[in-house]
Design a protein around this ligand. Structure first.
Ligand SMILES: Cc1ncc(COP(=O)(O)O)c(C=O)c1O
Length: 483
């Protein structure tokens, strides 16, 4: 157990009642908590969290892909925040600068890929994406072109504000809010698991680039402001790029005068074993969006990194980027982000991920022996396990079956077994694992042990519900409901 003194708070029942009366959780079916207790997390240390009843959980998701340094640095980061509070609790970046924003911008630019030398601060990932799309539009306008469209990828998630949601390619979260910002094109993502047997990596890359070029041409290249892609796409389950993909995308963007934005809200700040995924895959973006890991989520701060090429027309006399956010570059949040980066450098967190990533993968690999685990993919400390009904044919679960497996069984069962990770059905059903970047072999083993146990139970559940369905063969895909 943690040696940290437990914070004082109301009892579990009181907290739950108050939460149900007043606190609206994000992306959460609130009525579920009429049936089961709402989880209330009260403290954290290392890679673990503790709930209001004192039960401990391994945080296999690092908050939401965000808490790079784990949960034990609150005191040191709190000192930095308190010192900044005493010096200057707030001032804005509208027309004024202050030391922490200046220092953080310089630090981030020094870590970023070459040519990304300017930093526009935001309050989070979606605001960074909004800012990227707006700066791309205004960049083209300043150069005498009217380009407004964006191109994203199928099933990719980029945030929930209207612009970011329009770029997001997840139908189920878009549809309640349509019409969205018009004219975003979606192209194929880099999911290779369901491609035909025998297709080479080069053929797959060629197919993806053909699809993107076709989309660019059908939209009209002269109307497209930006292509936005994650180095490794999270939604759908850690889709890594095939060889040559990003070089091909860069070439297409150059050919048609389109800006390339790397959305590194998850991939940035060490998740893939480099400071930025753009460095790992040599993406050479014109714009780069980040948030989460910039402060290890100890503060709500994000950033848009801007290349010299994009900045140039904005540095002319009488020109400004017509966009601003009150809290962008907030001095206390900047002080927290600076301290986070200092800790990451002191602990060599990025080097640790780089060195341990193969070992992380090796520890997860035996899970592929479980019948419903079809694929393990990812890189760095960023992995997904795709669940299938039949491993030989790669036949997946139907929408209802996948939903039932994830929502009615795996999410709760993993949590009860002491592991927080994500059972995600935005694409094919996947389990996403993405621990704090300070995780070591003991954490990899603990995580894999729980996953092994619960996924084995899940397999039994699938098979028993299959055999109880009038003897239908799972392979024939005739099971319409599980459990
Ligand atoms: C790739 C990507 N972009 C943007 C966002 C939006 O970030 P936020 O939730 O901070 O607005 C997310 C959030 O998960 C993300 O994963």
């Amino acid at each position: 157990m943690s040696t940290t003194p437990m914070p004082s708070h109301a009892g579990a029942a009181e907290l739950r009642k108050s939460a149900q009366d007043h606190l609206w959780l994000h992306f959460t079916q609130m009525a579920d908590f009429n049936e089961r207790p709402l989880p209330v997390i009260v403290s954290g240390d290392g890679c673990h969290l503790t709930d209001v009843e004192g039960r401990r959980y391994l945080d296999g998701l690092a908050g939401l892909f965000a808490v790079q340094i784990g949960y034990s640095h609150g005191a040191e980061i709190g000192e930095a925040a308190a010192a900044q509070m005493r010096e200057l609790p707030f001032y804005t970046n509208w027309n004024y600068a202050h030391p922490r924003a200046i220092e953080l911008a310089e630090k981030v630019a020094s870590l970023a890929p070459e040519n990304l030398n300017r930093v526009f601060f935001t309050s989070g990932g979606a605001e960074s994406v909004e800012s990227a799309w707006k700066i791309a539009r205004q960049y083209h306008a300043l150069r005498g072109e009217r380009r407004w469209k964006a191109i994203g990828r199928d099933v990719a998630y980029h945030g929930t504000t209207m612009g970011a949601l329009s770029i997001t390619g997840v139908e189920s979260i878009r549809s309640p809010f349509e019409p969205l910002v018009p004219q975003v094109g979606h192209v194929r993502n880099t999911d290779r698991f369901h491609r035909p047997e025998g297709e080479t990596e080069e053929q797959f890359t060629a197919l993806l680039l053909e699809d993107m070029e076709h989309r660019i041409l059908s939209e009209g290249p002269e109307t497209i402001a930006m292509v936005i892609l994650e180095p490794v796409q999270n939604s759908g389950g850690a889709f890594t790029p095939p060889k040559g993909y990003f070089q091909g995308v860069r070439a297409l963007c150059d050919e048609y005068g389109i800006l390339l934005c790397a959305d590194e809200v998850i991939c940035g700040f060490g998740r893939l074993g480099n400071w930025f995924g753009s460095e790992k895959y040599d993406i050479q973006p014109d714009l780069l969006t980040s948030a989460k890991g910039l402060s290890s989520a100890y503060a709500s701060i994000g950033a848009l990194l801007i290349s010299d090429k994009v900045a140039e027309p904005f540095m002319e006399a009488d020109v400004m980027f017509k966009h601003g956010i009150t809290f962008g570059g907030h001095p206390v949040q900047a002080a927290i982000a600076l301290k986070n980066i200092e800790i990451m450098e002191r602990l060599d967190v990025v080097g640790h991920v780089h060195r341990e990533q193969d070992q992380f993968r090796k520890t997860l690999e035996p899970l592929l022996d479980i019948p419903i685990v079809g694929d393990l993919r990812g890189t760095g400390f960023f992995y997904a396990l795709e669940l299938v009904k039949d491993k030989d044919t790669k036949q997946g679960f139907s929408g209802e079956e996948g939903k039932d497996l994830l929502q009615n069984f795996l999410s709760d069962r993993l949590f009860d077994a002491g592991l927080i990770c994500r059972a995600d059905d935005r694409g094919e059903p996947v389990i996403q694992v993405s621990p704090p970047l300070v995780a070591d072999q003991a954490i990899f083993d603990e995580m894999t042990g729980i996953l092994g146990e619960v996924l084995t139970e899940a397999t039994e559940r699938v098979h028993s519900s299959t055999s109880s369905t009038a003897g239908h063969d799972v392979r024939a895909g005739t099971v319409s409901a599980l459990g």
